[in-house]
Design a protein around this ligand. Structure first.
Ligand code: BLA
Length: 320
């Protein structure tokens, strides 16, 4: 459907960027504009401005994905640089029925930068928004990590947490991947997504890019290995328990869906480490030794935002 991989993709970075934009525009011809087109465009423009950016080779087979419904238009873009291992954006434009934005940005393991995460899903009946800079380390257990990356942007998080109220209970396991500035909300309308959520998306992405611009690589082998394992655990969680899995399976069929998840969306899950899902999440081991199919073994929890305004994790007593 879009971003045809041709010989120009090996041209200079600036030309690549222009080409991507042109192809992205061409994608839109013939179909109504997607709810998240401008989100993806903003992310692509922001990353293009960085030095030494190039398209990620793994995009290849995913550039022309057509959904089984014959209607939904998929756009996938991914970049890498000396700092970014994986800067990838995906949108699905299925008109009024379904709109999806999924963005993940992982730095290289030399950096302990959080993972940029935008997971937006909209149907005619519901809207789901998760936006965060997912921490590599638990911010309660490592106050220095919280201080390094979250103290400065806490006011931004608090501002949006007021504009975009907490979206009620969610899969309890998910909370360990979220930071004190996570936005988890169920907007009432697509207008709210286009306005408040778009502003939050731009501000969070700018904040992450600003952190990345300032970040210096570690040369401590232990730290680098620890960062890499944290990325791997995160990707393992998402590749295995992503709420979008069922839908992606329906849209693309099992073989393509699996490749899309492991090689594009959560690229790194098969290459950053050798531990298995059950090594990281043994509570999901079923009686026969296989992974329990349910997304959650704990169930839903956190009816209210479990972080205070100062970024302290303080869930309601019965949810501890
Ligand atoms: C719903 N997505 C959700 C929910 C969360 C997230 C918290 C609410 C339902 C729940 O409680 O689980 C997001 N969960 C996350 C994130 C992490 C996590 C970001 O653990 C970890 C960091 N989602 C996608 C893609 C699609 C998608 C690609 O990433 C679709 C193609 C859809 N998200 C999607 C759907 C739902 C959802 C369909 C509703 C399904 C449900 O409520 O179970």
């Amino acid at each position: 459907v879009c971003l045809h991989g041709d010989k120009h993709t090996r041209a200079r970075n600036v030309e690549i960027a222009a080409l991507n934009r042109k192809d992205l525009d061409a994608c839109g011809s013939g179909v109504a504009e997607g709810l998240f087109d401008k989100f993806l465009e903003y992310a692509v423009r922001a990353v293009e401005q960085r030095a030494d950016i190039s398209p990620l080779p793994c995009q290849g087979e995913f550039q022309n994905m057509v959904a089984a419904d014959g209607q939904s238009v998929v756009k996938n873009v991914a970049f890498e640089s000396t700092k970014f291992r994986l800067f990838r954006c995906a949108t699905i434009n299925g008109g009024d029925n379904m709109q999806v934005l999924n963005v993940a940005i992982c730095a290289r393991p030399e950096y302990d930068l959080p993972i940029f995460c935008a997971d937006f899903f909209s149907t005619a009946r519901m809207n789901i928004v998760v936006l965060d800079l997912n921490p590599l380390y638990n911010t309660e257990q490592r106050p220095e990590y919280k201080e390094k990356y979250y103290s400065r942007i806490l006011p931004l998080g608090n501002k949006y947490a007021e504009l975009l109220p907490w979206g009620d209970k969610l899969t309890a396991e998910s909370i360990q991947f979220f930071s004190p500035i996570v936005l988890w909300t169920r907007p009432a309308s697509r207008e709210e997504i286009q306005e408040t959520v778009f502003r939050a998306f731009k501000d969070y992405l700018d904040a992450w890019l600003d952190m990345a611009d300032k970040a210096n690589p570690s040369n401590d082998a232990y730290e680098i290995a620890e960062n890499q394992e944290s990325h791997h655990r995160y990707l393992m969680w998402r590749a295995t328990k992503d709420p979008g899995r069922y839908l992606l399976m329906r849209l693309f069929g099992e073989p393509l869906c699996e490749r899309y998840i492991t090689e594009f969306l959560f690229n790194g899950v098969n290459t950053l480490g050798t531990k298995t899902f059950l090594d990281y999440f043994p509570e999901y081991r079923g009686v026969d030794g296989s992974i329990i199919k349910q997304r959650s073994v704990v169930g839903k929890a956190y009816a209210e935002r479990p972080w205070n305004k100062d970024g302290t994790f303080a869930p309601m007593l019965h949810e501890v």
